[in-house]
Design a protein around this ligand. Structure first.
Ligand code: NAI
Length: 304
């Protein structure tokens, strides 16, 4: 049997851990020996109100199973307090899972500034605040693991979720750069797009699918991404119902005109088929790599 992946001596902050996915991450990390800050202000799905019960309950579950956890009731908007609590309580911080989330669904033409801003503050600003507060500790100890939470809404779009989709893909953009900046400090930053039955998706799917998508079926991948043996950074995964896959950017080979050619909109229209030809995709893995095709003259096919 494979050796158990342990987290003894590691301290984790899991935001939005009072229920759903965050609770499953916190419990699994604690069961593997991590000391866990269970962060949750106990807000409603829309991000309103406060309730200490959800975070307290998860800490109780962790301690009654023999693990170690502490409740934190701060909003991720004041992320430095959550990180400070990890330091005060457990003396270090090794892992941040940016999981907190709310919804303020509305079609774009009816969306208010407040609805946009509220979703921004929890998902993107909150992920920034918590990670930014942990970052100096990660650098100085030459160790850190971060998981960002994106969504298929951001990757593909979802009707009525312009605010949420933007912030969820924003977390992925943040992770892409943090993975580069963290590389020499052994800080690994990866992103997941989960599919889970939680209060966020309750009523949106039949009960058997809801049960199949238990948060506990997302947690093993997330916990592995938090382990010291995690071999990757800057990667993206879709995960749910015991299924998991890596996601990446691709592009077509492209349409290259000669540089001495005057390119007209009509020429673009004429080359549309080549521009959109996915038969032999190109998979750049860095922005330098992506730019190379232009710098070096295209290996794409030119238009007639
Ligand atoms: P959930 O609603 O059970 O969990 C979100 C938690 O975040 C709640 O416990 C809530 O109290 C907490 N929270 C809200 N505002 C907060 C704040 N300001 N600071 C700290 N915590 C706060 O929903 P679920 O499904 O477990 O969601 C977890 C994450 O996964 C979210 O980021 C969500 O957007 C994302 N997600 C979930 C999907 C799903 O299928 N359930 C799909 C794609 C993404």
């Amino acid at each position: 049997m494979a050796e158990e992946l342990r987290f003894d001596g590691r301290v984790a902050v899991v935001t939005g851990a009072g229920g759903g996915l965050g609770r499953a991450y916190a419990r699994l990390l604690a069961a593997r020996g991590a000391q866990v800050v269970v962060n949750d202000p106990g807000a409603s799905l829309a991000g309103e109100g406060e309730n200490r019960r959800p975070a307290d309950r998860v800490v109780e579950e962790i301690t009654s199973a023999g693990g170690e956890g502490v409740a934190s009731y701060d909003s991720v908007e004041v992320g430095e307090r959550i990180v400070q609590q990890a330091l005060d309580q457990f003396g270090r911080i090794d892992i941040v899972i940016n999981n907190a989330g709310i919804l303020r669904d509305r079609t774009f033409h009816k969306m208010t500034l407040e609805e946009w801003e509220a979703v921004y503050r929890v998902h993107l600003f909150g992920a920034f605040r918590v990670t930014h507060a942990a970052w100096p500790h990660f650098r100085s100890q030459q160790y850190g693991r971060v998981v960002m939470t994106s969504s298929s809404s951001g990757i593909f779009g979802n009707f009525g979720q312009a605010n949420y989709a933007a912030m969820k893909l924003g977390q992925m953009g943040l992770a892409n750069t943090l993975a580069l900046e963290g590389e020499r400090y052994n800080i690994r930053v990866n992103t997941i797009a989960p599919y889970a039955g939680s209060r966020m998706t309750e009523g949106l799917m039949p009960p058997d699918l809801f049960a199949a998508l238990a948060p506990e079926r997302v947690a093993p991948l997330v916990v592995f991404l938090c382990h010291e043996r995690c071999p990757v950074s800057g990667k993206k995964y879709e995960v749910g119902g015991n299924w998991m896959a890596e996601l990446r950017w691709e592009r077509t080979r492209g349409l290259q005109f000669a540089l001495d050619q005057e390119v007209t909109p009509e020429a673009v229209a004429g080359g549309w088929e080549i521009l959109s030809d996915w038969s032999d995709p190109d998979v750049p893995t860095s922005s330098a790599d992506a730019f190379q095709v232009i710098l070096g003259g295209s290996d794409g096919r030119s238009s007639k």
